[in-house]
Write a protein that binds this ligand. Structure first.
Ligand code: DGY
Length: 322
């Protein structure tokens, strides 16, 4: 008898085929997010699960899934998983670090450029048939080249964003819980500064921190008030790291100039006021979404699940038992 597993959301066919070599696979290829009750029911007789950010794995769910041994997230972020609850129940949890850094950094740049140069706003205006000729002052934007880029969170993705800034001749500053080695700072051409200095000096301020209780509303009204009125805020990291209500206010009042957002508090819901603001670029959590990268993420998660249930040693284990 093969171990039973659940693939909680749609994945690529070859990933399902790969899993089927080792497991008896049930999968939600209809891709409708499952309610906590439906998820618990589907996992009641399963040893493993391939999950995404939309599945909350907490103590209440685990109590209903006595056979579960491994939860493998198709994401680098794992704020949907209560690691401590998993550890207590002997459930291994894994993520997919590394495979999405470059695509996420590329997309951060898409947001930076689209926001600074008002690409979406100008396109919507053109599509609405409003363009009747060239004007000197049409859609005046903000220069990205030679500006100061501030990076909050200098892990792999933050560093990849920093390296891409060299082509724009930017000054790169960063703040991180730990200062990077001199060698890494040199390769990123980035200078370490305090959070206050980062807020005060950035023309473009981009976040690359995970979400946790420690980073909840790391950027709120107080932090926004320290930024330049010309500053642009970019968030392709996690909703909740920025206080969206405070951000809406700051954008309305001109405390900062604009924002490019791929993530939101309470996704897929978002503060409806964002929709009425012209100085925001909004995308639906797609920073890692290229064909190649989403495929690598799903396959990495599948490989973690096979390793977890066959050897007990998945490569990307988040909660070692000792
Ligand atoms: C991640 O990997 O955490 C991303 O947010 C999912 O695209």
């Amino acid at each position: 008898m093969k171990p039973r597993i659940l693939v909680a959301r749609e994945v690529f066919t070859d990933v399902l085929d790969f899993l089927a070599r080792t497991f008896d696979v049930s999968s939600n290829q209809g891709d409708t997010p499952m309610s906590p009750e439906a998820l618990a029911q589907a996992l009641a007789d399963k040893e493993g699960a391939l999950t995404t950010l939309s599945e909350r794995i907490d103590a209440a769910l685990l109590a209903k899934c006595p056979k579960l041994k491994a939860v493998c997230n198709i994401a680098v972020g794992f704020n949907n998983i209560d690691l401590e609850a998993c550890r207590e129940r002997g459930v291994m949890a894994t993520n997919t670090p590394g495979v999405l850094d470059a695509s996420t950094a590329d997309f951060t740049w898409a947001l930076i450029l689209a926001t600074a140069r008002r690409v979406n706003e100008a396109e919507a205006w053109l599509r609405a048939g409003q363009w009747h000729g060239w004007k000197l002052k049409q859609f005046l934007g903000t220069d990205v080249h030679h500006a100061t880029l501030g990076i909050l969170g200098m892990g792999r993705i933050g560093q990849a964003v920093a390296r891409r800034a060299h082509g724009f001749d930017m000054t790169v500053l960063y703040h991180n819980t730990r200062r990077l080695s001199a060698e890494v700072e040199k390769s990123c051409r980035a200078a370490y500064v305090s959070m206050d200095e980062l807020l005060a000096r950035s023309d473009i301020f981009t976040l690359h921190t995970p979400y946790s209780p420690a980073t909840h509303h790391l950027v709120g009204a107080k932090e926004l008030s320290r930024m330049k009125p010309t500053a642009i805020l970019i968030n392709a990291a996690r909703g909740g790291v920025v206080d969206d209500t405070a951000l809406v206010e700051a954008l309305k009042r001109g405390t900062i100039a604009a924002a490019g957002l791929d993530v939101f508090e309470n996704e897929p819901g978002l503060n409806p006021e964002f929709l009425n603001l012209k100085n925001v670029v909004l995308t639906p959590h797609i920073a890692s979404s290229t064909e190649a990268t989403r495929h690598k993420m799903a396959m990495t998660a599948a490989e973690n699940l096979v390793a977890a249930l066959t050897t007990g040693k998945p490569p990307n284990l988040l909660n070692p038992s000792s």
